[in-house]
Design a binder for this molecule. Structure first.
Ligand SMILES: [Zn+2]
Ligand SMILES: [Zn+2]
Length: 244
């Protein structure tokens, strides 16, 4: 059995860890032109205490392919990607969950759940739940499916407080949400809104990839300014506080 370090070795060569800064959104780590928040985070609702992206996911580059492939492909290739992405999440949480807990003002996340797919059919057997609920050591004991897609109509990338509903009434106050990709944040924020309205007082999100286009504006220069290889000892959150 390969170790977590072995499974993530290759990923360290192409992952790019977000860092806070004057041209970085203080919530989702998108690059900005000097504004404290990016367009989507300024104009959308925020129900999350903390958003912690493990890496940027640059369109059409390696991490983007892995994050698309683990759920679109089938068979051995998909299973291997799921194991690798679970190892990425494992290694990151083992090192940094306490940073996220602290930034969220929580004593510890009692439950870990995933952001459901906006697509009801796809959500029925989503491989992200296998990653979080079976493969990833730091989360599997605490994982529970808490959210499902509601019957309300909701376009894929639109924030809606009624997009998701609780599977059961909440009995815990502090919940860690996991998603594969953050683009506008509308889906994760919709999930967080349902958890908070259901009684959760602390909700933080860990996302594996914060989606970016390299061609957009100065993104290429900014991505290149982040040191390589990926440093597992650092995270976006303990380099500065990402709070709403
Ligand atoms: Zn943002
Ligand atoms: Zn950290």
């Amino acid at each position: 059995m390969p170790t977590v370090a072995e499974l993530t070795g290759l990923y360290g060569n192409f992952m790019t860890g977000p860092r806070p800064g004057p041209e970085v959104c203080s919530l989702c780590f998108n690059f900005t032109d000097g504004f404290p928040r990016c367009y989507a985070c300024t104009h959308g609702e925020s129900w999350l205490d903390v958003v912690a992206p493990i890496s940027y996911s640059v369109a059409r580059e390696q991490l983007h392919h892995a994050l698309a492939g683990y759920k679109r492909l089938t068979g051995e290739v998909a299973r291997r990607l799921q194991v690798e992405l679970a190892a990425v999440l494992w290694r990151y949480l083992a090192e940094h969950e306490r940073c996220i807990t602290r930034a969220a003002g929580s004593d510890g996340f009692e439950l870990v759940t995933t952001v459901p797919s906006s697509d009801r059919d796809r959500d029925e057997a989503h491989p992200l739940r296998r990653i979080v609920g079976e493969l990833c050591g730091p989360t599997r004991e605490r994982h529970e499916r808490l959210l499902k897609r509601s019957a309300a109509p909701a376009p894929e990338r639109e924030f809606r407080t009624d997009k998701f509903e609780l599977v059961r009434p909440l009995s815990v106050r502090s919940i860690l949400l996991i998603d594969d990709t953050w683009t506008t944040g509308a889906t994760a924020q919709s999930a967080a809104a349902t958890l908070r309205r259901g009684g959760a007082s602390h909700v933080a999100a860990v996302v594996i990839g914060r989606h970016l286009n390299r061609e957009w504006h100065h993104n290429d220069r900014r991505l290149r300014s982040i040191p390589r290889p990926f440093d597992w000892r650092r995270c976006a959150v303990h380099d500065g506080s990402a709070a709403r």
